[in-house]
Design a protein around this ligand. Sequence first.
Ligand SMILES: Nc1ncnc2c1ncn2[C@@H]1O[C@H](COP(=O)(O)OP(=O)(O)OP(=O)(O)O)[C@@H](O)[C@H]1O
Length: 754
Amino acid sequence: MGLRRTWGTTLHPELEAEQAYIDFAYECLAAARDRASSLRTMVEVGRGGTEQARFEREVIFDSIAQRLGQLELGDATLCFGRIDTEPEAAAPAPGGVVNGHGPPVTNGHGPAAATDAARADGALPAGPPPAPPGPAGGAGDTFYIGRVAVSDANQEVVVVDWRAPVAEPFYRATGRSPMGLARRRHFATRGRRLLGIEDELFGERALGLGRDDGISGHGALIAALETARSGRLGDIVATIQGEQDEIIRAPMPGVLVVQGGPGTGKTVVALHRAAYLLYTHRFPLEDQGVLVIGPNRLFLGYIEQVLPSLGEAGVQLAVLADLVDTVAVRGRDDPLPARVKGDARMVKVLAKAVRDRKRPLRRDLVVGYGLTHLRLTVAQSERIVADARRRARHHNGGRRFVEQGVWEALADSARTPVDPGEVRSRLRHTPEVREALERMWPVLTPAQLLHDLYGSHALLELAGRRHLSDEEVASLVRPRSESVEAVTWTVDDVPVLDEARALLGATPRGRRNGDTDDLRTYGHIIVDEAQDLSPMQLRMLTRRSLNGSMTVVGDIAQSTGAWAHASWDEVLDLLPERRPPRRAELTVGYRIPGPNMALAARVLAEAAPEISPPQSVREDGRDPHVVQVAEADLAAQVAATTITELAEAGTGNLGVICPGSLTDRVSEALTRAGVDHGVALTQGLSQQVTVVPVNMVKGLELDATVVVEPALVVEEEPQGMRSLYVALTRATKLLSVVHALPLPAAMAPEGATA
Ligand SMILES: Nc1ncnc2c1ncn2[C@@H]1O[C@H](COP(=O)(O)OP(=O)(O)OP(=O)(O)O)[C@@H](O)[C@H]1O
């Protein structure tokens, strides 16, 4: 059984009727917006009434504002297709069904009736009611699928939200498994204008023609993929494919791991899953929160538009450093300390480092008290520390037990009875008492603990000798900064600071400002580029998972960090284990045209031989251009190639992907050649041309790329071949390579040896 497609080279006979229906849907959307706006004016947050009344008004106000946000589509298309079910598959759907005679007749009160009613109460503009065509099967049901749900004035469904269960066959039906569909129709639109219609017929109507390769809405998909990139990832609600939809709608509990090659849609799919889960489990997820973790800020800037355009508020996009918000983070460590700081052995090292900070006195504390002296003996201090260790869940929380023990012991030592409370108020600011408390049990922030630890070979040695090698211990030492505020923390310090925070808990001062021992958790966590996360980074995420529900996406072949994982098992071992994890794979590549993928696949075969390359949806495309020049001419040639590629890319964007050491030289050459450009580090992808060091390019996508000096990429990056694979898989269209050094063997022209 197959599918039959008719994609608008000639005018589709139902174009006009569908256009009328789409116009009607937009009118209903505008009416819904007007209603929400006037409601907002009515509930405008005022000062009057009781506190309870004001609170309720604010809640209503917020939800209207959110609804208005959802109804604000900007340039995005409202309705991108429809499905017609087979007559026998027709079943009433909650909230309204489009019955028997096509879209205008919903439950017997179609848009025609609805329009009259709405016009009567002034909600809809005047105009003829639409007369859209009936369903393919004659007597089945029809549902229009769109970005948000729209109803008419009678609350009849006009457009179904893409996340609703009824929309599932729009994305999942195949020739082999039509899911009760007679026809699926994709609309090609520009704004509100319907430009073309693509039909896929199922069952007997398919007549065995057309494709059944699991790709649905082929024309719409290719049109979406050919569109020039804006430097920001967009949504794919109109063209989600079956294998992607299964991941998006997978049940929420537990960990779901998604492996997929470059351009298979892992990032978009993960973000659409966030939107789907919030729609389907709004209560309790909206309160619990959804966290999306990306590898760096450039990447977050690249994806930040996708979720609002899906109508989702309340999702937190973050890099790991944002979760440790008390310190500023810049740069990375050298490979050895980076690796040690990511290693799970650091858990034990830190626990020991905190233990080492709880010390009995070296000699008795004797302190003047009026005409007499009070005494705390070494043995008493030992008992107090041991007792607080047993009682405190977090280090800082133990300080009050220690203080209490000290006041009591000092009071006990008086010749005449003294009240410990009195001792406390008279002695707590005395320097020798404070010093004793600091020795026995200092209050520590994570930064103070690490500042002291890294700044002292002795403390490191004490904490690490049973867990780390001498070389590893030595790699962590760094010159002591003047104050803890002057320390520059690195990305690699972040999970160590977080581990320290989990051990230390809130400080008394933090507690007074509302801080607690417990960290903020989330009902669902989405992790992108997860293949690069170290065990300590994964622990950070597990710590923030409320109930073990996570979506973890990545590509083992693109793991390039200090902690490049060889398999997902290694990652899963470090994630919450409340349920058996589920795995999914994305196999179809949407970004990379066939010829570019063929070159990248040769590099992949060496970088990660066990991983198969994705199958490109677009088999055609220009062959990659490879240009060799003398070393002295390299940067000038990069500029020249950039200019030629730009001419071919038209309005599309272009990335010059360099080994880190060549970034400045290439940028200067572009300036000399008069090419306006940005540098990713400071400007993101906001310019048409951007120079991107290879270690920042992961996850990004451009229309055209010029990859500079592959051999140097391989030499400079810790996982060189994998970094090169990442670099070669960024372009949606044009790929050029400019080099002076011999190419890595895997890239040499087929048949040639390097
Ligand atoms: N079903 C789809 N319809 C239209 N475009 C799609 C679809 N799936 C993916 N794409 C597009 O393919 C491109 C690649 O998607 P995405 O960046 O999510 O892939 P990825 O697997 O995360 O890639 P990488 O591993 O390189 O980070 C994006 O432009 C995305 O919009």
